[in-house]
Design a protein around this ligand. Structure first.
Ligand code: GRF
Length: 304
Protein backbone atom coordinates (compact mmCIF):
# COMPACT_ATOMS: atom_id res chain seq x y z
CA UNK A 1 0.00 0.00 0.00
CA UNK A 2 2.80 2.43 0.94
CA UNK A 3 4.65 1.63 -2.27
CA UNK A 4 1.51 2.33 -4.30
CA UNK A 5 1.05 5.67 -2.56
CA UNK A 6 4.70 6.55 -3.13
CA UNK A 7 4.32 5.83 -6.83
CA UNK A 8 0.97 7.60 -7.08
CA UNK A 9 2.19 10.77 -5.41
CA UNK A 10 5.72 10.49 -6.81
CA UNK A 11 7.39 10.98 -3.42
CA UNK A 12 10.24 9.35 -1.56
CA UNK A 13 9.69 7.12 1.50
CA UNK A 14 10.57 9.78 4.07
CA UNK A 15 8.30 12.29 2.37
CA UNK A 16 5.43 9.81 2.38
CA UNK A 17 5.93 9.41 6.15
CA UNK A 18 5.74 13.20 6.64
CA UNK A 19 2.62 13.39 4.45
CA UNK A 20 0.90 10.66 6.47
CA UNK A 21 1.86 12.40 9.72
CA UNK A 22 0.39 15.64 8.32
CA UNK A 23 -2.84 13.83 7.43
CA UNK A 24 -3.04 12.34 10.94
CA UNK A 25 -2.34 15.56 12.85
CA UNK A 26 -4.47 17.65 10.46
CA UNK A 27 -7.36 15.17 10.73
CA UNK A 28 -7.23 15.03 14.54
CA UNK A 29 -7.00 18.82 14.80
CA UNK A 30 -10.03 19.11 12.50
CA UNK A 31 -12.10 16.76 14.69
CA UNK A 32 -11.03 18.59 17.84
CA UNK A 33 -11.70 22.10 16.52
CA UNK A 34 -15.01 20.97 15.00
CA UNK A 35 -16.24 19.59 18.32
CA UNK A 36 -15.16 22.75 20.18
CA UNK A 37 -16.94 24.99 17.67
CA UNK A 38 -20.22 23.09 17.45
CA UNK A 39 -21.67 24.29 20.79
CA UNK A 40 -21.31 27.84 19.45
CA UNK A 41 -24.16 27.08 17.05
CA UNK A 42 -27.33 26.25 18.94
CA UNK A 43 -28.61 23.59 16.56
CA UNK A 44 -31.81 21.69 17.21
CA UNK A 45 -32.50 18.52 15.25
CA UNK A 46 -29.74 15.89 15.24
CA UNK A 47 -29.72 15.58 11.44
CA UNK A 48 -29.05 19.31 11.10
CA UNK A 49 -26.31 19.05 13.72
CA UNK A 50 -24.61 16.33 11.67
CA UNK A 51 -24.96 18.35 8.48
CA UNK A 52 -23.44 21.48 10.03
CA UNK A 53 -20.66 19.38 11.57
CA UNK A 54 -19.78 17.84 8.19
CA UNK A 55 -19.80 21.29 6.58
CA UNK A 56 -17.61 22.72 9.31
CA UNK A 57 -15.15 19.87 9.15
CA UNK A 58 -14.96 20.19 5.34
CA UNK A 59 -13.94 23.80 5.75
CA UNK A 60 -11.55 23.25 8.67
CA UNK A 61 -9.76 20.17 7.28
CA UNK A 62 -7.90 21.80 4.34
CA UNK A 63 -6.90 24.75 6.51
CA UNK A 64 -5.67 22.48 9.33
CA UNK A 65 -3.76 20.22 6.98
CA UNK A 66 -2.13 23.16 5.20
CA UNK A 67 -1.05 24.70 8.49
CA UNK A 68 0.40 21.42 9.78
CA UNK A 69 2.15 20.83 6.45
CA UNK A 70 4.21 24.04 6.79
CA UNK A 71 6.53 22.99 9.67
CA UNK A 72 6.77 19.50 8.16
CA UNK A 73 7.90 21.00 4.85
CA UNK A 74 5.00 19.45 2.91
CA UNK A 75 3.13 22.62 1.96
CA UNK A 76 3.83 22.33 -1.81
CA UNK A 77 2.43 18.78 -1.83
CA UNK A 78 -0.70 19.67 0.12
CA UNK A 79 -1.52 22.83 -1.79
CA UNK A 80 -1.50 20.74 -4.98
CA UNK A 81 -3.39 17.90 -3.35
CA UNK A 82 -6.13 20.14 -1.98
CA UNK A 83 -6.34 22.04 -5.28
CA UNK A 84 -6.91 18.74 -7.02
CA UNK A 85 -9.56 17.65 -4.54
CA UNK A 86 -11.27 20.99 -5.07
CA UNK A 87 -11.27 20.51 -8.82
CA UNK A 88 -12.67 17.00 -8.41
CA UNK A 89 -15.65 18.27 -6.47
CA UNK A 90 -16.17 21.05 -8.98
CA UNK A 91 -14.58 23.99 -7.18
CA UNK A 92 -12.36 26.22 -9.27
CA UNK A 93 -13.65 24.49 -12.37
CA UNK A 94 -10.39 24.53 -14.32
CA UNK A 95 -10.57 20.76 -14.75
CA UNK A 96 -13.98 20.78 -16.27
CA UNK A 97 -13.95 24.08 -18.07
CA UNK A 98 -14.32 23.55 -21.76
CA UNK A 99 -13.01 25.98 -24.32
CA UNK A 100 -15.51 26.92 -26.96
CA UNK A 101 -13.02 28.40 -29.36
CA UNK A 102 -11.11 26.12 -31.66
CA UNK A 103 -7.85 27.89 -31.03
CA UNK A 104 -7.10 27.26 -27.39
CA UNK A 105 -4.33 28.99 -25.51
CA UNK A 106 -1.66 27.24 -23.55
CA UNK A 107 -1.23 29.92 -20.94
CA UNK A 108 1.22 30.44 -18.16
CA UNK A 109 -1.66 30.22 -15.73
CA UNK A 110 -0.79 27.02 -13.90
CA UNK A 111 -4.25 26.75 -12.40
CA UNK A 112 -5.48 25.80 -15.87
CA UNK A 113 -5.65 22.06 -16.36
CA UNK A 114 -3.94 20.89 -19.56
CA UNK A 115 -5.12 17.84 -21.46
CA UNK A 116 -2.31 16.25 -23.42
CA UNK A 117 -2.54 13.89 -26.39
CA UNK A 118 0.45 11.68 -27.12
CA UNK A 119 0.84 10.80 -30.79
CA UNK A 120 2.89 7.59 -30.95
CA UNK A 121 3.07 4.68 -33.31
CA UNK A 122 5.97 2.62 -32.05
CA UNK A 123 7.01 0.75 -28.93
CA UNK A 124 5.92 3.67 -26.79
CA UNK A 125 8.77 3.76 -24.26
CA UNK A 126 8.66 7.57 -24.26
CA UNK A 127 4.89 7.52 -24.02
CA UNK A 128 5.17 5.32 -20.94
CA UNK A 129 7.60 7.73 -19.26
CA UNK A 130 5.36 10.70 -20.07
CA UNK A 131 2.32 8.86 -18.69
CA UNK A 132 4.25 7.99 -15.51
CA UNK A 133 5.35 11.59 -15.09
CA UNK A 134 1.86 13.03 -15.45
CA UNK A 135 0.05 10.36 -13.41
CA UNK A 136 -2.02 12.27 -10.83
CA UNK A 137 -0.30 15.49 -11.87
CA UNK A 138 -1.72 18.74 -10.51
CA UNK A 139 -1.93 20.67 -13.77
CA UNK A 140 -1.91 18.21 -16.65
CA UNK A 141 -3.13 14.82 -17.71
CA UNK A 142 -2.55 12.42 -20.58
CA UNK A 143 -6.06 12.28 -21.95
CA UNK A 144 -5.58 10.54 -25.29
CA UNK A 145 -3.16 8.39 -27.28
CA UNK A 146 -3.29 8.86 -31.04
CA UNK A 147 -1.77 6.08 -33.09
CA UNK A 148 -1.62 5.10 -36.76
CA UNK A 149 -0.38 1.54 -36.32
CA UNK A 150 -2.76 -1.12 -35.01
CA UNK A 151 0.24 -3.31 -34.09
CA UNK A 152 2.11 -0.64 -32.12
CA UNK A 153 3.33 -1.49 -28.62
CA UNK A 154 2.02 1.85 -27.39
CA UNK A 155 -1.53 0.48 -27.72
CA UNK A 156 -0.82 -2.10 -25.02
CA UNK A 157 0.49 0.67 -22.80
CA UNK A 158 -2.69 2.69 -23.43
CA UNK A 159 -4.84 -0.34 -22.53
CA UNK A 160 -2.86 -1.02 -19.36
CA UNK A 161 -3.03 2.64 -18.33
CA UNK A 162 -6.71 2.89 -19.33
CA UNK A 163 -6.07 5.86 -21.61
CA UNK A 164 -8.45 6.29 -24.56
CA UNK A 165 -6.98 5.62 -28.00
CA UNK A 166 -7.72 7.23 -31.33
CA UNK A 167 -6.54 4.96 -34.13
CA UNK A 168 -6.22 6.99 -37.29
CA UNK A 169 -5.94 6.00 -40.93
CA UNK A 170 -3.91 7.95 -43.44
CA UNK A 171 -6.88 9.07 -45.54
CA UNK A 172 -8.68 10.33 -42.52
CA UNK A 173 -5.62 12.13 -41.22
CA UNK A 174 -4.91 14.07 -44.40
CA UNK A 175 -8.25 14.34 -46.20
CA UNK A 176 -10.83 14.42 -43.48
CA UNK A 177 -10.59 16.58 -40.39
CA UNK A 178 -13.09 14.56 -38.34
CA UNK A 179 -10.31 13.54 -35.96
CA UNK A 180 -9.98 17.21 -34.95
CA UNK A 181 -13.46 16.98 -33.48
CA UNK A 182 -12.30 14.01 -31.47
CA UNK A 183 -9.35 15.97 -30.14
CA UNK A 184 -11.88 18.59 -29.07
CA UNK A 185 -14.00 15.93 -27.41
CA UNK A 186 -11.07 15.11 -25.20
CA UNK A 187 -10.35 18.84 -24.70
CA UNK A 188 -6.80 18.39 -25.94
CA UNK A 189 -4.64 21.50 -25.35
CA UNK A 190 -1.22 20.14 -26.20
CA UNK A 191 0.02 17.45 -28.56
CA UNK A 192 3.30 15.65 -27.96
CA UNK A 193 4.77 13.42 -30.62
CA UNK A 194 6.74 10.45 -29.35
CA UNK A 195 7.63 8.22 -32.25
CA UNK A 196 4.94 9.45 -34.65
CA UNK A 197 6.29 9.45 -38.19
CA UNK A 198 3.55 11.00 -40.30
CA UNK A 199 3.86 14.63 -41.19
CA UNK A 200 1.39 16.76 -39.23
CA UNK A 201 -1.28 18.20 -41.55
CA UNK A 202 -1.61 21.98 -41.84
CA UNK A 203 -5.18 21.82 -40.48
CA UNK A 204 -3.84 20.38 -37.24
CA UNK A 205 -0.92 22.84 -37.08
CA UNK A 206 -3.39 25.71 -37.45
CA UNK A 207 -5.59 24.25 -34.80
CA UNK A 208 -2.71 23.92 -32.32
CA UNK A 209 -0.34 26.80 -33.11
CA UNK A 210 2.83 26.43 -31.04
CA UNK A 211 1.30 23.56 -29.13
CA UNK A 212 2.69 20.51 -30.91
CA UNK A 213 6.04 19.17 -29.67
CA UNK A 214 8.28 16.49 -31.08
CA UNK A 215 11.35 14.71 -29.86
CA UNK A 216 14.10 13.87 -32.32
CA UNK A 217 16.90 11.41 -31.48
CA UNK A 218 19.79 13.65 -32.63
CA UNK A 219 21.05 17.18 -32.32
CA UNK A 220 19.00 19.15 -34.83
CA UNK A 221 19.41 20.86 -37.23
CA UNK A 222 21.78 18.01 -38.12
CA UNK A 223 20.52 14.53 -38.91
CA UNK A 224 16.90 15.56 -39.33
CA UNK A 225 14.42 15.75 -42.19
CA UNK A 226 12.43 13.26 -44.22
CA UNK A 227 13.56 9.66 -43.76
CA UNK A 228 15.65 10.54 -40.73
CA UNK A 229 14.08 8.42 -38.04
CA UNK A 230 14.89 5.36 -35.97
CA UNK A 231 18.17 3.58 -36.67
CA UNK A 232 18.81 5.64 -39.82
CA UNK A 233 19.58 8.65 -37.62
CA UNK A 234 22.11 6.82 -35.45
CA UNK A 235 23.72 5.11 -38.45
CA UNK A 236 24.21 8.50 -40.11
CA UNK A 237 25.69 9.99 -36.91
CA UNK A 238 28.17 7.11 -36.54
CA UNK A 239 29.03 7.12 -40.24
CA UNK A 240 29.84 10.82 -40.09
CA UNK A 241 32.33 10.11 -37.26
CA UNK A 242 30.55 12.33 -34.76
CA UNK A 243 31.85 12.13 -31.20
CA UNK A 244 28.66 13.57 -29.80
CA UNK A 245 24.95 13.09 -30.37
CA UNK A 246 21.85 13.82 -28.32
CA UNK A 247 18.20 14.68 -28.34
CA UNK A 248 16.19 17.66 -29.50
CA UNK A 249 12.73 18.66 -28.35
CA UNK A 250 11.19 21.17 -30.73
CA UNK A 251 7.92 22.69 -31.81
CA UNK A 252 6.44 21.15 -34.92
CA UNK A 253 5.86 23.16 -38.06
CA UNK A 254 5.06 22.25 -41.64
CA UNK A 255 8.62 21.05 -42.37
CA UNK A 256 10.03 17.83 -40.89
CA UNK A 257 12.25 18.45 -37.81
CA UNK A 258 12.35 22.16 -38.48
CA UNK A 259 10.41 23.98 -35.75
CA UNK A 260 11.87 26.12 -32.99
CA UNK A 261 14.15 24.17 -30.68
CA UNK A 262 13.01 24.07 -27.07
CA UNK A 263 15.61 21.82 -25.50
CA UNK A 264 18.69 19.75 -26.34
CA UNK A 265 20.72 17.28 -24.29
CA UNK A 266 24.01 15.75 -25.37
CA UNK A 267 25.67 12.37 -24.99
CA UNK A 268 28.94 10.93 -26.29
CA UNK A 269 29.24 8.69 -29.34
CA UNK A 270 31.79 6.06 -28.36
CA UNK A 271 34.27 4.52 -30.85
CA UNK A 272 32.72 1.07 -30.36
CA UNK A 273 29.14 2.28 -30.77
CA UNK A 274 26.72 0.60 -33.11
CA UNK A 275 23.39 2.15 -34.09
CA UNK A 276 21.79 -0.08 -31.44
CA UNK A 277 24.06 0.90 -28.57
CA UNK A 278 23.76 4.58 -29.47
CA UNK A 279 19.98 4.24 -29.73
CA UNK A 280 19.88 2.82 -26.20
CA UNK A 281 21.88 5.76 -24.83
CA UNK A 282 19.67 8.23 -26.68
CA UNK A 283 16.52 6.55 -25.40
CA UNK A 284 17.75 6.95 -21.82
CA UNK A 285 18.32 10.62 -22.44
CA UNK A 286 14.83 10.97 -23.93
CA UNK A 287 13.20 9.24 -20.98
CA UNK A 288 15.11 11.41 -18.56
CA UNK A 289 14.25 14.75 -20.18
CA UNK A 290 11.15 14.65 -22.41
CA UNK A 291 8.52 14.48 -19.62
CA UNK A 292 10.18 17.37 -17.76
CA UNK A 293 10.42 19.51 -20.89
CA UNK A 294 6.74 18.86 -21.60
CA UNK A 295 5.92 19.87 -18.04
CA UNK A 296 7.79 23.13 -18.48
CA UNK A 297 5.95 23.84 -21.71
CA UNK A 298 2.69 23.11 -19.92
CA UNK A 299 3.66 25.67 -17.33
CA UNK A 300 4.18 28.20 -20.08
CA UNK A 301 7.96 28.26 -19.90
CA UNK A 302 9.07 27.97 -23.45
CA UNK A 303 12.75 28.52 -22.96
CA UNK A 304 14.21 25.72 -20.88
C1 GRF B 1 12.29 8.00 -30.09
O1 GRF B 1 13.64 7.68 -30.25
C2 GRF B 1 12.05 9.41 -30.56
O2 GRF B 1 13.17 10.22 -30.57
C3 GRF B 1 11.59 9.24 -31.98
O3 GRF B 1 10.88 8.03 -31.98
C4 GRF B 1 11.39 7.18 -30.97
C5 GRF B 1 10.24 6.61 -30.24
O4 GRF B 1 10.62 5.57 -29.38
N1 GRF B 1 10.82 10.37 -32.40
P1 GRF B 1 9.58 4.92 -28.39
O5 GRF B 1 8.44 4.36 -29.20
O6 GRF B 1 9.11 6.00 -27.49
O7 GRF B 1 10.33 3.86 -27.65
Amino acid sequence: MFERLQKKWKVKGWQLALILITFTIGGSATGYIGKKLMPVFAIGPAWLWVLVYILLVTIIWPIAVLIVSIPLGQFPFFIKYIGKLGRRIGLGGSDVKRETSNVKRLTSDVSRFTHIAIFASGAGSNAQKIIDHFRDHAIAKISLIVCNNPAAGVLQIAAKEEIPVLLIEKDRFYKDDAYIKELNEYRIDLIVLAGFLWKIPVALLNMYPGRILNIHPALLPNYGGKGMYGQAVHEAVIKAGETESGITVHYVDEIYDNGKIIFQAHCPVLPADTADSLARRIHQLEHQHYPKVIERVVSGINEV
